[in-house]
Design a protein around this ligand. Structure first.
Ligand SMILES: NC(=O)c1ccc[n+]([C@@H]2O[C@H](COP(=O)([O-])OP(=O)(O)OC[C@H]3O[C@@H](n4cnc5c(N)ncnc54)[C@H](O)[C@@H]3O)[C@@H](O)[C@H]2O)c1
Length: 266
């Protein structure tokens, strides 16, 4: 299905971005990957057979350059995956607004504006061609919350909202949009993070997320939930928001007091 297609993925030096790149390559696609970590992205590109670019997604010109480079190497982009992401804790204040202004601004730039910049560069061509596919790797935190990170929670919600907006605004132009909302996945981002173990599939491999994305693309589904339980949590939140807030407050409390029946990844 993707054989010969031109794919571009941000933040793909490792983790979920790399896993998505590898899956596209296996299907015969021509893949360009980028990352702010120049050494890592070069090494990864060599290892998996992609073309590697250095790109800080907070810089609109850098995204334009990445897209131009990817198109020069592989032809007009068929699929763009906005995958780069970061997480900052609420510290040092220790309360919900304790994160620095810089961490909020960086999260906004990476999780939201990078998709605005990329779609601004890609949409005119896609509308002309009557096709294109934009994937936003958001998070379950964009539907629910990431306890102890207000900046992650708020900007991932905004990422989900922008994905929905892109999809509805350009459905009639032939644009396909997918929004990937995993819970915990074993990558650099979750190294050392305590994980509440309340289901067999709670801490997935990056390749599981790639598999879920490909299944959703095939089925033409917008929302990609590699952890199916998130759909239940989402329903429960919609059904009773007060109960949802109370349950998340409890989750915060047990995390705070260190009484999580969980695992600590190293
Ligand atoms: N790991 C999880 O549990 C999890 C869960 C839900 C969503 N996600 C999301 O998945 C995406 C991929 O994360 P991952 O888990 O593979 O972690 P990761 O840390 O392996 O990958 C994120 C990549 O983004 C890159 N990056 C950071 N800032 C950048 C910038 N300004 N410009 C370009 N690249 C930048 C990093 O160098 C890194 O390679 C992120 O958007 C993350 O928020 C991860």
């Amino acid at each position: 299905m993707y054989s010969g297609q031109s794919i571009a993925i941000t933040g793909a030096g490792g983790g979920i971005g790399r896993a998505i790149a590898e899956k596209f390559i296996k299907q015969g696609a021509k893949v360009a990957i980028s990352d702010i970590d120049t050494d890592l992205v070069k090494k990864t590109a060599d290892e998996i057979g992609a073309v590697g670019f250095s790109c800080d997604v907070t810089d609109e010109q850098a995204i334009i350059d990445f897209i131009k480079g990817a198109e020069a190497a592989n032809g007009p982009i068929d699929v763009f995956v906005a995958n780069a992401g970061v997480g900052f804790p609420d510290q040092p204040g220790g309360h919900a607004a304790g994160g620095s202004n810089e961490s909020w601004e960086t999260s906004w730039q990476i999780h939201v504006m990078s998709s605005v910049y990329a779609s601004r560069a890609l949409l005119p061509g896609w509308i002309r061609r009557g096709q294109g596919r934009f994937v936003i790797v958001a998070s379950a935190a964009g539907l629910l919350a990431q306890i102890f990170s207000g900046s992650y929670t708020a900007t991932k919600h905004a990422a989900v909202a922008f994905a929905e907006y892109l999809a509805m605004m350009h459905k009639d132009d032939g644009l396909k949009v997918h929004c990937v909302c995993p819970q915990y996945v074993k990558t650099n981002m979750t190294k050392g993070m305590e994980v509440v173990k309340d289901g067999p599939d709670i801490h997935l491999e990056a390749s599981d997320v790639a598999d879920s994305l490909f299944a959703a693309m095939e089925a033409d589904k917008f929302l990609v939930l590699p952890h199916p339980v998130i759909a239940e949590y989402q329903q429960a939140k919609l059904a009773d928001i007060d109960r949802y807030i109370a349950s998340m407050a409890y989750r915060k409390k047990i995390t705070d007091s260190g009484h999580i029946p969980g695992v600590k990844e190293t």
